[in-house]
Design a protein around this ligand. Structure first.
Ligand code: FSX
Ligand code: SF4
Ligand code: F3S
Length: 385
């Protein structure tokens, strides 16, 4: 019943989008076919996307339809202070491929990394896209944004407009705004202490609602999934208290980690390259921050579901959490009681339930540390690992 209702809302919305002008002559099934993907591959991808977004697999045909309409919604993508890893993550999208998705299908009206134009022409393209698609375009911003009296640290284009001003102008008439990556969502590495350029998250620059899609970088599934989610629903998804969509950031890395059984059994890697590492033991003692980090990497992985940090043998560094550069270091050591102190230091009498939740998580972290120590001492008794 719950989903019947959703489905009829989505059907109406897709019908409306269908009546919007097409940006391309070709259809996505045809483009995919030309690139060697069968209809079956496309439907498989649509099923996977539906499940990723927390929808029943029966929504696959609806997700496929939404993907087919992805050229109706123009996207403007701005770059601020960052490494371009977020764009790279999208360009590595498994299916649809980089070509079919970016160049051939999603109507990417402006993207400084991949567009051909530069200088005055690029500026004009941006102004034109903002004007032409007023109230219709999706704005995606990558990177932290120098703000206040430090705005001048980031200027864009021949007019020397600041990045913050670009964001303010572009966000004004956007239909939906996504902060792509941890830098845009929370400030990122340039906002790490002492934050010399006063880099800020996008949500501090615009007063319009921003959906955060953090990760350094976020996975291609979370970027594409959020576009599809917007096409399907046209409304803000359910968000956590850091404005992250719950469908992608609702669980901790630790909850679905493939090494979790080893954690529970107290089997830990003690040193990179040791026997435990070869046997896929838990990386907690090597500094894994999976117990404190909310993201879906353990379920979705990267690069076409090929691998992810923990599978590759390094702990999670907590890259989708606010201020992780300051609060999750050193990267290759457990946090033990340090997070516990820092969380409670910042918690005044106005602490929200979510902050308390994090406090509880931190206490869990201490328990985890104790568990890890106990597990290791047990293990170490008869085992040199
Ligand atoms: Fe880089 Fe994007 Fe990290 Fe930041 O990613 S991968 S520094 S989140 O803004 O380019
Ligand atoms: Fe996985 Fe890290 Fe949790 Fe170990 S501590 S189970 S490696 S997320
Ligand atoms: Fe980042 Fe941890 Fe995933 S480091 S990519 S949130 S496994």
């Amino acid at each position: 019943m719950k989903y019947d209702n959703k489905l009829s809302i989505i059907k109406d919305r897709l019908e409306t989008i269908k009546n919007m002008p097409k940006m391309h002559d070709n259809s996505i099934p045809k483009l995919l076919e030309e690139k060697g993907f069968s209809r079956r591959d496309f439907m498989k991808w649509s099923s996977a996307m539906a499940v990723t977004m927390g929808l029943p697999v029966t929504f696959a045909p609806t997700v496929a339809k939404a993907a087919e309409l992805a050229d109706r919604l123009p996207v403007i993508w701005l770059h601020m202070a960052e490494c371009t890893g977020c764009s790279e993550s999208l360009l590595r999208t498994d299916t649809p491929t980089i070509d079919s998705l970016i160049f051939d299908y999603i109507s990417l009206e402006y993207h400084e990394t991949i567009m051909i134009s530069s200088g005055w022409q690029a500026e004009e393209n941006l102004e034109h896209a903002i004007e032409k698609y007023k109230g219709q375009y999706i704005l995606m911003v990558e990177g932290g944004i120098p703000a206040g009296s430090s705005e001048f640290y980031l200027t864009v284009g021949p007019h020397g407009i600041t990045g913050a001003e670009h964001c303010r102008i572009a966000s004004k008439n956007a239909a939906a705004i996504f902060a792509i990556g941890t830098c845009s969502s929370f400030g990122g590495i340039q906002a790490a202490n002492p934050n010399p350029t006063n880099a800020q998250p996008l949500s501090k620059i615009t007063d319009k609602p921003v959906i955060n899609v953090p990760g350094c970088p976020p996975s291609e599934k979370n970027i594409v999934g959020n576009v599809l989610h917007y096409i399907l629903f046209g409304t803000l998804p359910a968000l956590d208290n850091y404005s992250r969509p719950k469908w992608s950031y609702g669980l901790r890395i630790h909850d679905l980690c493939e090494r979790r059984g080893h954690f529970d059994a107290g089997e830990f890697v003690q040193q990179f390259g040791d026997e435990g590492a070869k046997d896929g033991y838990c990386l907690y003692k090597m500094g894994c921050k999976g117990p404190y980090t909310f993201n879906n990497c353990s379920r979705e992985r990267f690069n076409g579901h090929t691998s992810w940090p923990i599978q590759a043998g390094h702990g999670c560094i907590g890259c989708s959490e606010p201020d992780f550069w300051d609060t999750m270091g050193p990267l290759e050591e457990p946090l033990t009681d340090r997070l516990y102190q820092s969380v409670f230091k910042g918690m005044g009498s106005d602490a929200t339930a979510d902050k308390i939740g994090i406090g509880v998580l931190a206490i869990t972290g201490v328990a985890i540390a104790a568990h890890a120590a106990i597990g290791a001492s047990r293990k170490n008794k008869g085992d040199s690992k």
